[in-house]
Write a protein that binds this ligand. Structure first.
Ligand SMILES: C[S@@+](CC[C@H](N)C(=O)[O-])C[C@H]1O[C@@H](n2cnc3c(N)ncnc32)[C@H](O)[C@@H]1O
Length: 238
């Protein structure tokens, strides 16, 4: 049993190293999850906020950008007048975000979204959020259904009552016959639509909008690397 646990933790640290290696070698364009289609993230958020918080606009809307990388998405939100905290698992990204966008200074935090203790400590210090962003397939960056569910539920913990959770997900039903081991540099877990539906039902979340996301990384070692996913705008009406 002890051996099994040690092997698991060894494989997790190998995975974290592989992920760090991958992220330190990619361009900012590859990191940043802009979508090439016409739906604008912040426009959609603004119209959903009007819908969900019609009568409570007396204070700034609080946003947390989970796994926000180098802060490109947070920076746009700041310009639009949202109060934003940027979080990521890699300190170097947060440092870079602060120097690229000085307005993010003091607003960046290390946070592993799969770690419940860290999330609770973060909430105790920073409070809850009206908008929780988890973009660029952050929740797929794990190796088991159990951890995925934990990460998903941690996002819900971060959210205020009457809030919006925006989450990018690769879904296993979009990858029939193409296990992630074929195309990824480190472990990915892809939930099925069935699991996602169960989670939405369990937590009373409503899909208010969603659209597709596609990344095309081109050919590498005779394989054409593409990622398909969806961006879900979930509403929490409680
Ligand atoms: C593809 S990038 C997306 C960056 C940004 N959210 C965007 O959409 O442009 C994935 C990000 O997730 C971060 N990440 C990976 N594992 C994480 C974890 N367990 N908790 C929080 N962030 C994580 C990575 O460091 C990286 O910045």
């Amino acid at each position: 049993m002890i051996l099994l646990e040690s092997l698991k933790s060894y494989s997790q640290s190998i995975d974290k190293i592989a992920m760090k290696k991958y992220y330190s070698n990619i361009s900012d364009d590859e990191l940043y999850s802009f979508t090439k289609i016409t739906f604008d993230l912040w426009q959609t958020i603004t119209s959903l906020i009007d819908k969900i918080k019609k009568h409570s606009h007396k204070r700034k809307i609080r946003v947390v950008d989970v796994g926000g990388g180098k802060g490109d998405i947070s920076a746009i939100g700041l310009k639009l007048g949202y109060e934003i905290l940027l979080t990521d698992i890699f300190p170097d990204f947060l440092k870079e975000a602060e120097s690229k966008y000085p307005k993010l200074k003091g607003k960046t935090f290390l946070l592993d979204i799969f770690n419940e203790e860290q999330v609770i400590e973060f909430i105790n210090e920073q409070g809850f959020f009206d908008v929780v962003l988890c973009l660029g397939f952050v929740l797929n960056h794990t190796d088991s259904q159990k951890k995925f569910i934990k990460g998903f539920e941690n996002l819900i913990k971060l959210s205020n009552s009457y809030s919006i959770i925006v989450i990018d997900l690769m879904i296993s039903d979009m990858y029939i016959g193409k296990p992630s081991i074929l195309w990824s540099d480190f472990h990915h877990y892809l939930p099925s639509l069935e699991i996602l539906t169960k989670l939405l039902n369990k937590h009373g979340l409503v899909i208010e909008a969603f659209h597709s996301i596609k990344y095309d990384y081109g050919e590498y070692k005779n394989y054409h690397y593409q990622e398909n996913g969806a961006r879900f705008f979930l509403l929490k009406f409680y």
